[in-house]
Design a protein. Structure first.
Lengths: 358, 157, 375
């Protein structure tokens, strides 16, 4: 990157170099790429208000899932690649609320209520496991997520669900791969206080819901337990010396992450309108992980601001690339670009030097 | 000094050897599909009529039994193609055995050989033509197939 | 081979530690023992399948051994080699080179790709010491994106592909499956015979045996010794004058190249190439199979490879049928074997990390005792 800097202006060059270093080259590329997309959009006849609406909508669906990364990063458990575990808890909540016959927007909150004990249980077990293998969290988290998803694949077929809206019509048992939420909690939050300005429509309800959770997280991180969590993450030896029960704090952070994952998938579903089962939760951790990293987080540092910026940038690229690309070169390369960009971002974060822990 | 020189020499030799091996494989392994027609051929105003029956053996196995206007096929690796023919000229005749070798052109995937023309020792372009697949054109209308990326691993292994 | 020498401290304890040390293979033997009778497959059929799978998978799994030796854990980046092999096979089938010459050519073409990818992977892993596995795992995703960019968009307009049988009808990109019919089992069938109805692919097995011998020989070379030293302790190896970074890169490059060659052997047996999914499955199942054979993240032998292939694939063959018979749903067995693959990897990783942590704690305690003794 230093080669591109003008040699005749060293102080300016130094400034840029410093900015790039603190911001991170990949992050800069991604932000620049999004900016380019927004600039190009009018030229290729893309409907800009529509694009912005989509971006905001997708932001509102995904933000809570990204927020779920924060507690574990804070307590030093690394990026929560085991997010699918939380998602599974959320899916259990959602399907059970339908099975029990709850309808309408209220069923959204019932779903959260039902998902909570599962999230606490799964999160507890997961946290206990992660406490036993400090230092290798991320790899094991990935595989805990995968194992739970593939285990639930069997369970979706075997559990005695009966609601005709969810099971396969022919055999009368086994859940379908996609379940429509119409009549249940479809758009439960999005339709609340929705604002329409011309073509622009903003799902204020969902954004508010996220804001409440994000504020809650922010407030929590400033309580005594919250600061203890940050202390555990940044220097466990010091934290232990200060009389903090490191394992308990880590367990708490994992449970919080898992619960947020469960709530996050329910928020996602109410916006998307469908429950996706079986393989669907499989790779849901990767977009969330890369989103928070794009927002400026690192393996052991993350703030609410990182969540907001990251989700916006990531979802902006996800919504903008297909249309702009399609209009420009008539090739839909968005999927591939997303793969390279998001995994490149995770790779970048993993190769950064972080202070030696434990 | 000489040691590093020798090291580089050995490396170069290995690379050259591998490249040569690759080139050899490209020649040896080129596969062709040979189609043989037992059809009447018109060439320079003369007619070479189809035989009553031709049995074609490629690599020792019965490959095709061709009546009039039949087409048979065989796959072949390499350019030196050999086949054994058993020709029955007219009904009731004793079959005549004949071994035919031909050079297959390297850049043709599918090669159509007209047997009556070949047996009459006509020039090459009279009995050899490139096979053009009809499938290629129909496939263009085929619906765009969805790209399947199964990362979950539900396939056989 | 899988039987580890146990300290003779009394029979009861040694049996207990034997069970603990080999819990994964034992669990698998139990699963197989239950599933084989339920599935209703004949013994000959099972043996035939296992032999065929041994031939096609053993080489791929052998490629995992060298990074484990160098202390870099399970090389999830072996998918990179698999992708290199696939690209080579796409070219070869477009050029219509068939049979064994086609395989040899594909192997030659795959090597430069594998070396490049291996260098890239090794460089990145050197920047992420201590979390090699998750990094190599993400690298495999990243390169999968690049692979799709090349195969799905560049092949056709930029990289010439002429045959419509492998090109998508839209004019660019490769189809979901590329048929390798003209190469199918050419290596396996080159020299083969049957013993009691079981087909023995002699050449394939010979290649695998040669590879095993090569690995045994490699362990004794200077480079192999260096790798083991690096695997034991990077700092000590560095002090001993070993170029740690270079050694680690070489181990990954070797592994990637072997994975590429292995992938070609694997696909010639399968007879067709699933352009966008073969490689990702291969990575997961190979690692699972190795672990089932009793290997761990820091220790794997050739014996583990063979035991793993046999046990894992027996489960793999019988699970769908057994699942259908038990639950009446054909998908259960399929999901079950996926679950088991992931579960095995999870258990192995957890066991490795707990062991590492316990060892560290033990070291710490010893250090403390020594310090107290000095006082």
């Amino acid at each position: 990157m230093s080669e591109t800097v003008n040699q005749t202006n060293p102080s300016f060059g130094k400034l840029i170099r410093k900015a790039v270093q603190s911001f991170g080259l990949p992050r800069l590329i991604i932000a620049g790429f999004l900016l380019l997309l927004f600039i190009l959009a009018p030229f290729v006849n893309a409907d800009l208000p529509m694009q912005i609406t989509n971006t905001i909508n997708r932001f509102s669906w995904n933000a809570v899932l990204v927020l779920a990364m924060v507690p574990m990063v804070h307590s030093g458990c690394g990026l929560n690649f085991g997010l699918p575990l939380g998602i599974v808890a959320g899916l259990l909540g959602g399907t059970l609320s339908i099975e029990l016959g709850f309808r309408g927007p209220a069923s959204f909150f019932i779903s959260i209520l039902i998902a909570t004990p599962f999230a606490l249980l799964f999160g507890g077990g997961y946290g206990w496991l992660l406490n036993r293998i400090k230092g290798g969290e991320m790899m094991i988290a990935t595989y805990v997520g995968f194992s739970s998803v593939s285990f639930m694949c069997m369970m979706w077929l075997l559990l005695p669900y009966h609601s005709p809206n969810m099971v396969w019509g022919l055999s009368g048992k086994g859940l379908r791969t996609t379940i429509s939420l119409e009549g249940y909690y479809d758009k439960a939050l999005a339709n609340f206080l929705q604002i329409n300005i011309g073509k622009l429509s903003i799902p204020v309800g969902t954004l508010l819901f996220f804001a409440v959770l994000a504020f809650g997280m922010w407030a929590f991180l400033h309580t005594k337990t919250g600061t203890a969590m940050t202390a555990v993450g940044s220097n466990p030896t010091f934290a232990r010396a200060a009389g903090i029960n490191v394992d308990r704090i880590r367990l708490l952070s994992v449970i919080m992450s898992t619960w947020l994952g469960a709530v996050g998938i329910l928020v996602y579903e109410q916006g998307f309108g469908f429950i996706q089962l079986y393989n669907a939760p499989f790779y849901m951790a990767l977009p969330a992980v890369s989103a928070i990293l794009i927002g400026g987080a690192s393996v052991n540092k993350a703030s609410i601001m990182n969540v907001i910026i990251g989700t916006f940038l990531f979802q902006g690229i996800v919504t903008m690339t297909p249309t702009v690309m399609n209009n420009m070169i008539h090739m839909d390369m968005s999927e591939v670009i997303r793969m390279i960009a998001s995994n490149g971002m995770i790779l970048y974060a993993l190769t950064r030097k972080t202070e030696v822990r434990r | 000094m000489t040691d590093t020189k020798r090291k580089w020499l050995v490396r170069c030799a290995v690379i050259v050897f591998i490249l040569a091996l690759a080139a050899l494989m490209m020649i040896l392994g080129r596969g062709h599909t040979v189609y043989f027609d037992n059809k009447t051929l018109e060439y320079n105003g003369e007619t070479y009529s189809a035989k009553q029956r031709i049995n074609v053996d490629v690599t020792g196995a019965k490959t095709a039994k061709l009546s009039k206007r039949d087409r048979g096929m065989a796959t072949w690796i390499g350019q030196n193609f050999t086949m054994d023919l058993e020709i029955t000229e007219n009904k009731g005749d004793e079959p005549v055995k004949k071994t035919v070798s031909l050079k297959l052109p390297y850049n043709m995937d599918g090669i159509v050989v007209n047997l009556p023309g070949l047996l009459a020792d006509l020039p090459r372009e009279a009995w050899m033509s490139e096979f053009v697949s009809m499938a290629a054109e129909t496939e263009a209308e085929e619906a765009e197939d969805e790209i399947v990326t199964d990362d979950f691993g539900l396939g056989d292994f | 081979m899988s039987v580890k020498t146990v300290p003779a401290k009394g029979a009861g304890k040694s049996i207990g530690s034997f069970l603990a040390g080999n819990s994964v293979p034992i669990m698998f033997i139990l699963i197989c023992a239950v599933c084989i009778p339920v599935s209703g497959f004949s013994f000959t059929y099972l043996l035939n399948e296992i032999m065929s799978r041994l031939g096609r998978n053993a080489f791929l799994i052998l490629s995992l051994l060298i990074p484990i030796m160098a202390g870099m854990g399970l090389n999830f980046g072996m998918t990179l080699g698999a992708m290199a092999g696939e690209i080579a096979l796409i070219f070869v089938s477009d050029w219509q080179i068939w049979g064994i010459p086609g395989m040899v050519l594909a192997m030659i073409i795959s090597v430069p790709f594998s070396v490049l990818l291996g260098l890239f992977c090794g460089k990145i892993l050197n920047m992420a010491k201590g979390r090699e596995m998750i990094t190599s795992y993400i690298i495999s995703f990243f390169i999968n994106g690049v692979y799709q960019l090349i195969v799905l968009y560049m092949m056709g307009p930029i990289i010439p592909i002429s045959h419509s049988s492998i090109k998508l009808p839209r004019g660019y990109g490769i189809r979901n499956t590329v048929s390798l019919l003209n190469m199918r089992q050419s290596l396996d069938n080159a020299v083969s015979f049957r013993i009691a109805g079981v087909k023995i692919p002699v050449i394939t097995l010979l290649i695998i045996v040669c590879m095993c011998l090569l690995i045994i020989w490699f362990r004794r070379t200077k480079l192999g010794q260096d790798m083991r030293a690096v695997g034991q302790d990077m700092q000590v190896a560095k002090d001993a004058g070993i170029d740690v970074e270079r050694t680690r890169i070489i181990s990954i490059v070797i592994s990637t190249v072997l994975a590429g060659l292995g992938m070609i052997i694997y696909l010639q047996n399968m007879g067709n190439l699933s352009t966008y999914s073969s490689h990702s499955q291969v990575g997961m199942f190979c690692i699972a199979a190795l672990l089932v054979g009793g290997a761990s993240v820091d220790k794997a032998s050739i014996g583990n490879v063979f035991l793993g292939v046999i046990l894992f694939h027996t489960m793999f063959i019988v699970a769908p049928n057994a699942g259908t018979k038990i639950t009446g749903d054909s998908m259960i067995g399929e999901y079950f074997r996926v679950f088991v693959s992931y579960g095995v990897i999870t258990v192995a990783l957890v066991m490795y990390e707990t062991k590492k942590r316990r060892a560290k704690a033990g070291n710490g305690r010893q250090l403390q005792l020594e310090q107290e003794a000095i006082k």
